[in-house]
Write a protein that binds this ligand. Structure first.
Ligand code: HEM
Ligand SMILES: *[C@@H]1O[C@H](CO)[C@@H](O)[C@H](O)[C@H]1NC(C)=O
Length: 324
């Protein structure tokens, strides 16, 4: 074969391979499932909507699952893996134990999306990213509906230690929170915007007890009513809303921080503790839903881009709770 012809053939082969196997491009995209299963994303949204109709808190629980997935070695579905006699997952790590929830809903989504797509093509890591976006959108409306990127694959490993070490605890100070986010490649704006995830959902007494008995930067009325709901001993699992509208994705969380009504110590660290920049951003978001929506969306996309497995790395799990 002539050199020119063989070179042309090689070029053609490379181009065809790139078209046939877009996964070789190690990047997430909004269109990853467009040809392989166009109904994938609408199907996920339908199951999430039904789950939130059944229990409004589920939207918060699904959003948090994606966060707890991404902060532990990237958004790779590792948080979903069950413990077995030969495998230790992340579910018993301190930040997760008796705390993260929504696994049954993830199982339902996976079953339904595999049925609609007629095979297992959608990763569990992508299901978490899409379910988080849909939860925010359903509880916040069109303003909070952002474009989600997909194309992640699922891990064959998990790390209990990394789950214990990489997720920020609620007793962290502002500078500790910022340092933690920076180790994940996230910045100050990401910290404040993503903490806005606490505009939905509930927390257990054990996560805010130290704050309501010992912190001084808490509104007196709030402290006394929370102390009735969360005694010094007992009632560890009593639940309280993270802001005044725990089933509405809005800017109330930031308004509550300005009035010293943050539920977690880590929430209130974002306002009035010495960072003028953080005070200003909290004030800005509290009165500017459009700005919060835009920044939250950008930070969610950034968080969702953390260490994804793509190409031929990892796998597409058939059961989100175990490796294939
Ligand atoms: C900034 C550092 C963060 C800390 C220290 C923190 C800590 C916590 C704690 C202690 C709880 C209560 C857990 C329980 O009582 O079982 C909680 C709940 C929650 N967190 Fe965070 N979190 C942080 C960031 C985030 C981020 C970035 C998101 C999402 C974007 C998020 C979303 C949620 C949601 C939605 C809930 C309520 C879950 C439910 O009701 O099931 N958090 N968080
Ligand atoms: C309040 O602080 C004191 C002193 O550090 C500590 O002994 C106590 O356990 C704290 N109370 C709560 C409810 O965390």
């Amino acid at each position: 074969m002539a050199v020119a012809a063989s070179r042309a053939l090689l070029l053609y082969t490379v181009a065809a391979a790139a078209l046939l196997f877009p996964a070789v491009v190690a990047q997430l995209s909004p269109n990853f499932y467009r040809s392989v299963c166009p109904q994938a994303l609408p199907t996920i949204r339908r199951v999430v909507k039904k789950a939130i109709d059944d229990e409004p808190r589920m939207g918060a629980s699904l959003l948090r699952l994606h966060f707890h997935d991404c902060f532990v070695n990237g958004c790779d579905g590792s948080v979903l893996l069950d413990d077995t006699s030969t495998f230790t997952g992340e579910k018993t790590a301190n930040p997760n134990l008796n705390s993260i929830r929504g696994f049954d809903v993830v199982d339902k989504i996976k079953k339904e999306v595999d049925r609609i797509c007629r095979r297992s093509v959608v990763s569990c890591a992508d299901i978490l990213a899409v379910a988080a976006r849909d939860s925010v959108s359903i509880l916040g409306g069109p303003r909070f509906t952002y474009q989600v990127l997909v194309g992640r694959r699922d891990a064959r490993t998990a790390s209990l230690n990394d789950a214990n070490n990489n997720l920020p605890p609620p007793f962290f100070s502002f500078s500790q929170l910022l340092a933690n986010f920076q180790t994940h490649g996230l910045d100050f704006t990401d910290l404040v915007a993503l903490s806005g995830g606490h505009t939905i959902g509930l927390a257990r007494c054990t996560t805010f007890r130290a704050r309501i008995y010992n912190d001084t930067n808490i509104q007196t009325n709030l402290a006394s009513s929370l102390q009735r709901a969360c005694p010094l001993t007992g009632g560890d699992n009593n639940l309280q809303p993270l802001d005044g509208t725990p089933a509405g994705f809005d800017t109330q969380y930031f308004g509550s921080l300005v009035r010293n009504r943050g539920l977690l110590h880590s929430d209130q660290e974002l306002f009035g503790t010495g960072s003028a920049a953080s005070d200003a951003l909290v004030r800005l978001y509290s009165g500017n839903p459009a700005r919060f929506a835009a920044d939250f969306a950008a930070s969610m996309v950034k968080m969702g881009n953390m260490g994804p497995l793509t190409g031929s790395n990892g796998e597409i799990r058939t059961d989100c709770r175990k490796i294939n």
